[in-house]
Design a binder for this molecule. Structure first.
Ligand SMILES: [Fe+2]
Length: 298
């Protein structure tokens, strides 16, 4: 039976990472990835793909750390009501005013495994001009998290936030979405707690070549890809930011049709209809290509 699709959030709005050297890390996102710096304080730098005040926040920390993820709430959800529903679910939730530039109010809650969520209704605008340097992706798409509590965390995404499960790899990597993209988050069950990667969408497949050239000019190696994944069928490549956080560039992600509980048919599919399923590990690369980085080695 297809689960009703009525998620409480519409998209991943931003990701906050802690770094021991915020200038070096922010420079990578600004000069190499091609985001615009929209604001800074003495301990945080805010970066935007375009349109929003921030998609990535780099904050001062003793070492690299995943700080929090921000989600835009569906229109019509009241922040106070939402905070109460989080409390009723068993999480402590706090409404914060002016906790960061660009957001007048957020609800913050800590879920299983110490994973911090922030929820907001509207974000102020940021850099709207086309970025002309770096790779210049078109949007922040998804986040991959490693947690020993990934299964319980996934229950929060599905049962409380209303995400749909869309695929998994060997039961270890689980994909979930709150919109039409194949995944907005993937949760990896491993006895560590950290971010695995953050992913930006590129304009088209030819941009992968330009992205690899840009990385090469900046002396940043492409560690995996470009290749086409099995689950999601996105063409993806990965490199490290200066803190060794993986960044994915992707295109051609599967389009999820929530009313039918399947992925829109694509020529690259080998099964029709493409229903959510468990994929074997070797389908991490649909092209069976081998790379120096074993992306499945966590
Ligand atoms: Fe990804």
């Amino acid at each position: 039976m297809i689960q009703p699709f009525n998620p409480k959030v519409t998209q991943l709005g931003y990701v906050a990472l802690g770094s021991a050297d915020i200038e070096r890390t922010a420079a990578h996102y600004r000069e190499v990835v091609g985001l615009a710096e929209t604001e800074r304080s003495k301990d945080a730098i805010y970066l935007s793909v375009c349109g929003s005040h921030h998609d990535v926040v780099i904050s001062k920390a003793n070492e690299k750390v995943f700080l929090h993820q921000g989600y835009r709430l569906q229109p019509g959800i009241d922040l106070k009501d939402f905070a109460k529903s989080l409390s009723d679910y068993g999480l402590s939730a706090q409404i914060k005013s002016d906790s960061q530039p660009g957001l007048s109010q957020i609800v913050e809650a800590t879920a299983t495994g110490g994973v911090v969520f922030q929820f907001y209704k509207e974000m102020a605008g940021g850099e709207s001009a086309r970025i002309s340097k770096g790779v210049a992706p078109i949007r922040l798409g998804h986040l991959a998290l490693i947690s020993p509590e990934a299964v319980k965390l996934g229950t929060f995404y599905t049962d409380f936030l209303g995400f749909h499960y869309t695929d998994d790899i060997a039961g270890i990597v689980n994909f979930f979405t709150c919109n039409r993209e194949h995944h907005v988050v993937n949760l990896i069950t491993v006895p560590q707690s950290r971010v695995h990667h953050i992913a930006f969408e590129l304009r088209g497949n030819s941009e992968h070549v330009l992205a690899c050239d840009q990385l090469s000019r900046s002396e940043v190696p492409t560690l995996w890809g470009p290749s086409r994944h099995g689950p999601g069928h996105n063409i993806a490549s990965y490199h490290h930011d200066p803190d060794k956080v993986l960044i994915e560039f992707y295109t051609e992600m599967d389009v999820y049709l929530p009313a039918q509980g399947l992925h829109e048919p694509r020529p690259c599919h080998d099964v029709y209809p493409m229903l959510p399923k468990s994929w074997p590990g070797e389908r991490l690369s649909n092209w069976k290509t081998q790379f120096a980085l074993n992306l499945g080695e966590l």
